[in-house]
Design a protein around this ligand. Structure first.
Ligand SMILES: Cc1cc2nc3c(=O)[nH]c(=O)nc-3n(C[C@H](O)[C@H](O)[C@H](O)COP(=O)(O)O)c2cc1C
Length: 172
């Protein structure tokens, strides 16, 4: 499938919307709820078995996805702001809570992401952070980007260990 060309059109996520998807160990989509399809503009057939990166927006720093995968693959939940690309090139912001779900015997079942609305102030703060991280990635790669993230967290009294709490505080 051809990648959509990003536009400046933003889609509204309402405060009652819960955009849910599930993925296998590689991040391929195994389930989406109706709001996921409605906002992204893709049908279920276009989404199932496709990688979640079908939604990847070029404004997203690589380091955020590295942090996501490093943690969820170890069973730790991650709360991260994500700017997603729709089929028509528009975008929407979400605060995603991504975690590993396990079977009763403790084995891996799937990954689950529950996404909700991002307040305007948080969007402004995170857009600025991600732009700085992207610029750092171009100049100095992943390490430089992570350094920008760690500085951001430290300015707010947080570290990578308390990343989720810092992200939650920004959306209050
Ligand atoms: C359950 C789950 C949900 C995800 N949701 C998104 C999403 O909404 N948008 C997104 O860009 N990546 C999402 N990802 C991360 C993607 O798997 C991928 O790491 C990311 O899009 C970067 O793609 P790339 O590594 O091909 O550059 C999700 C991963 C998992 C496991």
């Amino acid at each position: 499938m051809e990648r959509p060309t990003p536009t400046d059109v933003e889609k509204e996520v309402s405060s009652i919307d819960m955009i849910v998807s599930k993925g296998d160990a590689e991040g391929n989509i195994t389930y989406t709820n109706p709001i996921f399809m409605k906002i992204s503009g893709y049908s279920q057939g276009e989404l199932l078995d496709k990688p979640h990166s079908i939604l990847r927006h070029p404004d997203m720093p690589k380091a955020i996805f590295k942090y996501l995968w490093d943690n969820i693959s170890e069973g730790k939940e991650v709360h991260a702001y994500v700017k997603n690309l729709c089929k028509d090139g528009s975008y929407y912001w979400v605060l995603a809570q991504v975690r590993m779900a396990k079977n009763p015997d403790g084995s891996f079942r799937n990954y689950v992401s529950t996404r909700r609305r991002v307040e305007e102030a948080a969007k402004a703060t995170i857009s600025e952070l991600y732009a700085k991280m992207l610029a750092a990635e171009e100049e100095g790669g992943m390490d430089a980007s992570l350094k920008v993230l760690e500085e951001f967290l430290s300015q707010r009294g947080h570290t990578l260990e308390t990343f989720n709490a810092c992200m939650d505080e920004l959306n209050k």
